[in-house]
Design a protein around this ligand. Sequence first.
Ligand SMILES: *[C@@H]1O[C@H](CO)[C@@H](O)[C@H](O)[C@H]1NC(C)=O
Ligand SMILES: *[C@@H]1O[C@H](CO)[C@@H](O)[C@H](O)[C@H]1NC(C)=O
Ligand SMILES: *[C@@H]1O[C@H](CO)[C@@H](O)[C@H](O)[C@H]1NC(C)=O
Ligand SMILES: *[C@@H]1O[C@H](CO)[C@@H](O)[C@H](O)[C@H]1NC(C)=O
Ligand SMILES: *[C@@H]1O[C@H](CO)[C@@H](O)[C@H](O)[C@H]1NC(C)=O
Length: 482
Amino acid sequence: MMDLTQRLTLFLVALFVLQLCSVANANLAFPVERKFKGPVQNLAALKDHDALRRGRFLSAVDVPLGGNGRANSNGLYYTKIGIGSPVKDFYVQVDTGSDILWVNCVGCTTCPKKSGLGMDLTLYDPEASKSSTMIGCDNDFCTSTYDGPISGCTKDMSCPYSITYGDGSTTSGSYVKDYLTFDRASGDLKTVPENSTVIFGCGARQSGTLSSGSDESLDGIIGLGQANSSVLSQLAAAGKVKRVFSHCLDSFTGGGIFAIGEVVEPKFNKTSLVPKMAHYNVILKDLEVGGETVQLPTDIFDFTTGRGTIIDSGTTLAYLPPTVYEQLLEKVLAPQSGMKLYLVEDQFTCFRFDDNIDKGFPTVKFTFEEGLTLTAYPHDYLFLFKENMWCVGWQKSMAQTKDGHDIILLGDLVLSNKLVVYDLENMTIGWAEYNCSSSIKVKDDKTGNVYSVSAHDLSSASTMLIGSVLTLLMMLITMLIS
Ligand SMILES: *[C@@H]1O[C@H](CO)[C@@H](O)[C@H](O)[C@H]1NC(C)=O
Ligand SMILES: *[C@@H]1O[C@H](CO)[C@@H](O)[C@H](O)[C@H]1NC(C)=O
Ligand SMILES: *[C@@H]1O[C@H](CO)[C@@H](O)[C@H](O)[C@H]1NC(C)=O
Ligand SMILES: *[C@@H]1O[C@H](CO)[C@@H](O)[C@H](O)[C@H]1NC(C)=O
Ligand SMILES: *[C@@H]1O[C@H](CO)[C@@H](O)[C@H](O)[C@H]1NC(C)=O
């Protein structure tokens, strides 16, 4: 165990395209062979996914995004982790919007027994794992999670946890400690299994989309938020990792990389994360469409609220306040003035276009504090609906924080095909345009060794897999390019 702390730990994960991607309802399935063929018919599913995601994720937002509520999708990425001894596999949703790891536990009657996503679900059994220990309510982890002693705490009483997500789904149970097994980069394109004990929730009662009725059920959720209770913070506190993680989603192949640790290649620029926020917030300074400036509402700049722009890879599209959306849409469509627009499914602006969209429409450029820029190309923000019918991915959102500040929410529409690095050591986020199916270089903090990590090698070698119900959007983009 001792030399484990000498090394950088990495979760190395390959995205894979789900065989069946059911987003809108249980009957609507997208077999993988459709990926390069006809356009996807159900646009609303994209937004429904986000409405639910938003509900779950942004508890400070009190206005729903709209959509017709048909979606039952609450998933984004999921990954396979090993827990306990002997090790058992668990599929958990990766969520940058919450702070703890929890899995369904034995004895839970409301927990899902099967998943429409195609994997076998597992209940964690503390009795069956030799290394499992209960976390008492007087444990330091427990008292710091609750900001102080729990009233009525007696010896032998376990530490309870309870989370209510924005869509009303809940999970509750008690904290346990056990081994978490993951892959560590050990050389160029090589990984070895490694473990560390972590404290996580043993789920006894779930409700809403987390309970047995849901079609996209998983074994639990791994929160990659900033709090001390997250697995990332626990591994960092144990000296195993730096609090740095990154993802690179290839919208062309549906593949990609998810890694924990310091990335040395590609080089990327950064901006500061707004401190003390529940989510990953950045300060937007400027927005340009084809070189022309869009006027932003003043409170998007407001450092005191600091909530202006949220980066969330669990959201599929990108959401803008009405005044921003209207200016942006006008400028995006300006080069093709006179083109007939259609409103599809009451919410998507669409049009017919036969030429190369990257030549016909402008790029959209966001500039953040410290000069970090993020560019969305027409092939990122337009997608094919039906033959020659393109739709705009930018969405108008009335969403505001509870105290009335406008929000910009940037999802995979703008984050794909970029390496996105979340550095919680230095409170920065950064990105670089990148081929997410190639390899990145990561650094072993203790030895200084630099190793290549390739998405391709991971898909076969990793004991961790990451999938995405967002493949739907990726499919759209794939079709557009091919
Ligand atoms: C944890 O890692 C150590 C060292 O590699 C190994 O001996 C042990 O069996 C592992 N434990 C589990 C539960 O995987
Ligand atoms: C989180 O952990 C750090 C380092 O262990 C500690 O300094 C900080 O006070 C903790 N924060 C909270 C809110 O407990
Ligand atoms: C970083 O920013 C500089 C200055 O704006 C720019 O020239 C460079 O291309 C950027 N690098 C990356 C990887 O985006
Ligand atoms: C954080 O910033 C320090 C000082 O600027 C730098 O030495 C260190 O490499 C940075 N950490 C990471 C993970 O980039
Ligand atoms: C990305 O990298 C992969 C692996 O090196 C390569 O096969 C593929 O052609 C690259 N894609 C692009 C768009 O350059």
